[in-house]
Design a protein around this ligand. Structure first.
Ligand code: SF4
Length: 375
């Protein structure tokens, strides 16, 4: 197996299977190096900051994603997610290199075991696109390596030795930036562990490099395991025709699609934007809005973080406007391994024994008396 495989290396090697040419063109024509940013119509402020910000954290933007940017709008929500800015250079007290404690719960390299029945597995620390807000950006910069068979052996042995593990979550890095052959190999190795029931894949590829969802990639993921693909759309403008086609391919292959959105100030912190996003995810992509994440304490990201109160107000407004199937759960991923905790909305106003005061979606508070079976 070639060392440290990823989409950029593959694009340079040329097409290997049917459909590879389109996404490889997207990689080659996009931003792959800091110097490529000079070709973009950046503002003077971006131009001044880009060199330093981009040298601290990786840059990569496929052409398909660059093409979604409205360059006339300095506050464009697509641009804000991928173009380095001076604000990233300002770290605030309390921000963390490892905001959710991945490393504290890592018994072997490339694996995090925080909850008994599931593990995170990191086959690669490379991505098809590098997002400026990423909570793992310090790990992506510090570790940075792609997939090798050898690097994953201790993690696979750990999973095999822990029968309580039922779900394996491929994350990273972006697992779908790996070649089909590597994905098929990883899937087969996990599948051979009898107690594993579900394979989850966290990816931004359907958003940023949708042409990468080829028949070869889909085939590489099909086997015994239930497969759930967790996409990462943050704004309705990311839902392109190509993204729709990518999600259709994944859905038609029988994979369950869920979406996680990160709440980002200046990108999607409005009820209208989130409402449209959630509806289009469900109605157009068939991707269930799963979590709306409060911004993690990643270093240099204060300018993109809302307050929790702002997030709660948005979550409550969404609850009133959207059907249950379109509604994500607003969560905070607590530092030190506290896990994902829902932040509301909460509709219970008061309780006295079996008598409850509960606020309805119309804002009116009603009495509710419990009548439950007694032993
Ligand atoms: S694709 Fe995911 S892991 Fe990679 S930089 Fe973006 S948010 Fe982080």
């Amino acid at each position: 197996m070639t060392s440290h495989l990823d989409a950029t290396a593959l694009a340079e090697a040329g097409p290997t299977t049917e459909g590879d040419a389109a996404w490889q063109d997207d990689v080659r024509a996009g931003v792959r190096h800091v110097r490529d940013l000079a070709e973009l119509p950046l503002s003077p402020a971006e131009r001044a900051a880009v060199q330093e910000a981009a040298s601290r954290h990786k840059v990569r933007i496929p052409k398909a994603y660059l093409d979604l940017i409205d360059w006339k709008d300095p506050a464009d929500p697509i641009r804000a997610q991928v173009i380095p800015s001076a604000d990233e250079l300002v770290a605030s007290e309390g921000e963390l290199d490892d905001p959710i404690g991945d490393h504290d719960y890592s018994p072997v390299p490339r694996l995090t075991h925080r909850h008994a029945d599931r593990v995170l597995l990191f086959p690669t620390y490379q991505c098809a696109v590098y997002c400026r807000f990423c909570f793992r950006k310090e790990s992506l910069t510090a570790i940075g390596r792609g997939y090798t068979r050898e690097a994953l052996e201790p993690a696979l042995a750990y999973i095999a030795a822990h029968p309580e593990i039922r779900e394996v979550i491929l994350t990273g890095g972006d697992p779908l930036s790996l070649p089909d052959k590597a994905l098929a190999e990883i899937r087969a190795r996990i599948e051979a562990i009898a107690h594993v029931r579900l394979l989850r894949i966290h990816t931004r590829v359907p958003v940023a490099l949708p042409a990468r969802i080829t028949p070869g990639l889909v085939a590489a993921l099909q086997g015994r395991l239930m497969v759930t693909i967790v996409t990462h759309f943050n704004h309705p403008r990311e839902i392109s025709d190509a993204a729709e086609a990518a999600c259709r391919s994944l859905r038609q292959a029988g994979f369950v699609l869920l979406n996680q959105t990160v709440l980002l100030k200046g990108v999607n912190d409005s009820v209208e934007v989130l409402e449209e996003l959630c509806r289009e995810l469900m109605y157009r992509l068939g991707t269930k809005p799963y979590y709306l994440h409060h911004g993690d304490l990643a270093r240099g990201m204060a300018h993109r973080r809302t307050t929790i109160a702002e997030g709660q107000a948005l979550a409550e407004a969404l609850r009133a406007r959207l059907s249950g199937i379109c509604n994500p759960v607003y969560v905070i991923d607590l530092p030190d391994g506290g896990g994902k905790v829902p932040l509301g909305p909460c509709y219970v106003e008061a309780r006295d024994g079996e008598s409850w005061r509960i606020r309805g979606l119309d804002g009116e508070v009603r009495d509710y008396t419990e009548i439950a079976g007694r032993r």
